[in-house]
Design a protein around this ligand. Structure first.
Ligand code: 5GP
Ligand code: ZN
Length: 114
């Protein structure tokens, strides 16, 4: 989608610190990290929220968990743990309307989230 910030980062039109890239999934560092590790993992297909998902998108959302697994292993987060967060809608804190998971690690995490 031409006016989507994350589509522009994935296309290289806007700079981003890429950490993972394949045919369907793209991951990059959050510009305003909320933890020592803060990565955004996105399907390449533009979907504004998971409410736009179709059954054909189940595979790519599943792949995101595999990518998180790969990144966690690469970064040595198996023991310390990490959190995957998806905000759906502005009421839940979503500010960029291209589906993405936040991968957060490197500090103690509280529950429930604010
Ligand atoms: P949301 O609030 O939609 O769940 O998360 C959006 C995230 O995108 C925020 O954590 C925010 O810091 C991040 N973000 C916003 N603009 C940019 C940008 O231009 N580059 C990068 N790398 N992250 C961004
Ligand atoms: Zn997009």
């Amino acid at each position: 989608m031409s006016d989507c910030l994350f589509c522009k980062i994935m296309n290289g039109d806007i700079p981003g610190e890429k950490v993972y890239d394949d045919d369907n999934v793209f991951a990059f560092k959050d510009v305003n990290p909320q933890a020592p590790t803060h990565i955004l993992i996105c399907p390449k297909k533009h979907m504004s929220t998971i409410l736009d998902m179709d059954t054909e998108d189940e595979a790519v959302i599943g792949s995101i968990f595999s990518v998180a697994n790969t990144l966690a292993t690469e970064m040595g987060l198996e023991k310390s743990g990490f959190r995957l967060v998806l905000n759906c809608g502005s009421g839940a804190g979503q500010s960029v309307f291209h589906v993405h998971f936040h991968m957060l690690a490197g500090r103690p995490m509280k529950w429930p989230p604010g």
